[in-house]
Design a protein around this ligand. Structure first.
Ligand SMILES: *Cc1c(COP(=O)(O)O)cnc(C)c1O
Length: 608
């Protein structure tokens, strides 16, 4: 059982000696790193960041476009910017900027906050592009960035933004940022995110508006500043076809605008959308192209259009985010409990005289063998249903009911063990019928919000015991009190995990490809916060654990909701002071305890 690692991991991880290892330099196992961090007292979920995987993706993008440019003898330049909305966390962004410096890899901002981050962190000589809706303040901020020396392009989404640029330019500033126009294409993307492109999309100028924009720019004397057209057909483009269609359309618009006197126009910005393969199952593979194909198609098509239309080959900009960020982060979360772990033989309380069905269950349990396992299991489930009805009608008592639950669960476990080594249809049928619930110390809302919101699957696998066949069909439960905090067993994409005794061993699940969008979309449902995180730097003879950040404390998250935290501590202290139930001696130490709770994070602190 390899959990589809060859499909989704891109050779970033591999299985060796039972464990998931990192395929880089000293190749340590994820379990080893996890245990080392936990030895520092950190519990609950941990997000590991791997800067070498950011570097890998950046290198791949620049290499593939360089090769494509050489192959087609393309004379325009290739440039990339990273869209901050995909992940704005400092331990990601700062590494990214540093790694990208050698390529002049820039940043893309979609809000005032992101623009300020870009102005602070973007490396010198690297471009900044600004998309999204902008008010006068945000446009002024763009002008300020220009005057600070940034190579910045403000992409306008509508004519009113252009009016504001013209107005602000006259009022205050002597240096003007480059201007980009977002075009509204009639071709659109496919998949869940296709809303970003297409004729009915939220963004971009129609052809009528484009003509008007050119006229406005000309009469304001700013036509030279108009340098870029931009489009973005949506995220996670699974098929290359729609992108090619969009490129043809954009290439023709580019040529037309140049003919209309847009002399400064020199770049086409394709936005993002490069897809990541999240699937763990061969028949669920979504992406139908490689990066090489993407780069070749882009360069070839733009070359072709430019040649035919006799315009200069445009400089190419891309804004891929998911492709750069997704693989760099792995969430590691401990299993806290298995639903059936309470059901052990010692807990049976069989009576002298048991109801006949329970007696039969007991016999099924003691005599089950591999030949009749499935049949016995069916019988036992029938018996259980009858016994539960008898309980409802008052014919059997709570002890009988408990014995029923225990016996049925023991029969299930035994049946699975008996069938384990046969690749039998029976085992599959049992697994399909009865799943084990794994309670995991994490919040799905916080750490995998796209699973909750748009049913995006993420690869998941145990980090150890990979030499053993996992026998339990698994559903994953998080620790929020919300019934949606579950990744239920899916027959089409089944997840199998190992049977285990959590009191005797640690068992960790890794959730992979969580570095794009998940962190900042994460919700504080039940007031669980961003998990603890660490950055792992691999070297030839080992690794270094850097920038360990513990999950936010309870007092901080309460403060984020705008509670007056002093008021809360005052109220709690007063209530303890005034309680007749606590003796005076204990009051002080209880106050201390409350203080510690408030300053710790909210994830569970069992041994796991
Ligand atoms: C979101 C966004 C991107 C990034 O898209 P990915 O699918 O993550 O590559 C790029 N450009 C714009 C304008 C966006 O809105």
């Amino acid at each position: 059982m390899d959990y589809g690692i060859d499909i989704w991991s891109n050779d970033n991880f591999f299985i060796d000696n039972k464990k998931v290892k990192i395929n880089h330099k000293s190749k340590p196992s994820l379990v080893k790193i996890t245990k080392e961090i936990r030895e520092k007292g950190i519990r609950g979920p941990i997000l590991l960041r791997f800067p070498h995987l950011i570097e890998k993706q950046i290198d791949l993008i620049y290499e593939n476009f360089k090769n494509a440019k050489n192959e087609f003898n393309y004379r325009g330049s290739f440039n990339a910017v990273y869209p901050l909305k995909v992940n704005q966390y400092p331990n990601f962004v700062k590494n990214l900027v540093q790694i990208g410096e050698k390529y002049n890899y820039g940043l893309e901002a979609g809000s005032k906050a992101e623009l300020l981050l870009a102005m602070a962190y973007n490396s010198e000589n690297s471009p900044i592009t600004v998309n999204g809706f902008k008010d006068e303040e945000m446009i002024s901020l763009g002008f300020i960035a220009k005057e600070m020396g940034h190579d910045i392009t403000l992409t306008i989404e509508g004519l009113s933004e252009l009016k504001n640029i013209i107005k602000i330019n006259k009022k205050r500033f002597s240096h003007i940022p480059n201007i980009g126009l977002r075009i509204r294409l009639h071709s659109s993307g496919i998949g869940i995110w296709a809303k970003s492109g297409g004729i009915n999309s939220k963004f971009g100028l129609t052809s009528t508006e484009l003509i008007e924009a050119i006229n406005m720019l000309k009469s304001a004397g700013l036509i030279e500043k108009f340098t870029m057209i931009h489009f973005h057909i949506g995220s996670q483009i699974s098929e290359i076809g729609p992108l090619k269609k969009a490129l043809r359309e954009a290439g023709n618009i580019y040529a037309q605008l140049k003919k209309m006197g847009a002399d400064g126009l020199k770049s086409i910005n394709l936005g993002g959308g490069l897809a990541i393969e999240y699937s763990q199952h061969k028949d669920e593979i979504k992406r139908n192209y490689t990066l090489r194909e993407y780069a070749n198609d882009v360069v070839y098509l733009l070359k072709d259009i430019s040649t035919h239309k006799k315009v200069k080959e445009p400089d190419i900009y891309i804004e891929s985010g998911r492709y750069i960020a997704a693989s760099h982060a792995v969430l590691i979360a401990p299993v806290l409990e298995l639903f059936s772990q309470e059901y052990t033989e010692e807990k049976l309380k069989l009576k002298e005289e048991n109801p006949p069905l329970i007696q039969e269950l007991y016999e099924l349990y003691t005599t089950i063998d591999s030949v009749y396992a499935q049949e016995y299991l069916h019988d036992s489930i029938d018996h259980m249903n009858s016994l539960l009805t008898l309980f409802d009608l008052g014919y059997i008592d709570l002890i009988d009911r408990s014995n029923t639950e225990i016996l049925v669960n023991l029969i299930i476990k035994k049946a699975i063990i008996l069938l384990k080594d046969k690749d039998s249809k029976e085992l599959l049928q049992i697994q399909d019928m009865i799943q084990e619930r794994y309670l995991i110390n994490f919040s799905l809302f916080q750490s995998l919000p796209d699973f909750w919101g748009i049913e995006q699957n993420f690869p998941v696998m145990p980090l150890d015991r990979l030499d053993e066949k996992p026998t339990r069909s698994a559903s994953i439960w998080d620790i929020t009190c919300d019934s949606d905090g579950e990744i239920s067993y899916n027959r089409e994409q089944p997840l199998f995990l190992h049977d285990l005794d959590v009191t005797k061993e640690d068992y960790f699940l890794g959730f992979f490809l969580v570095g794009a969008y998940q962190e900042v979309l994460g919700m504080k449902h039940n007031l669980f916060t961003h998990p603890s995180e660490a950055t792992i730097i691999l070297s030839d003879d080992g690794y270094e654990i850097k920038n360990i950040l513990e999950a936010q404390s309870i007092i901080d998250i309460i403060e984020d909701l705008d509670y007056d935290t002093k008021e809360i501590t005052d109220i709690l202290s007063k209530k303890i002071e005034n309680s007749d139930l606590i003796d005076d001696q204990a009051k002080k130490s209880i106050l201390g305890e409350i203080y510690l709770f408030l300053n710790d994070n909210g994830y569970l602190k069992t041994i796991n």
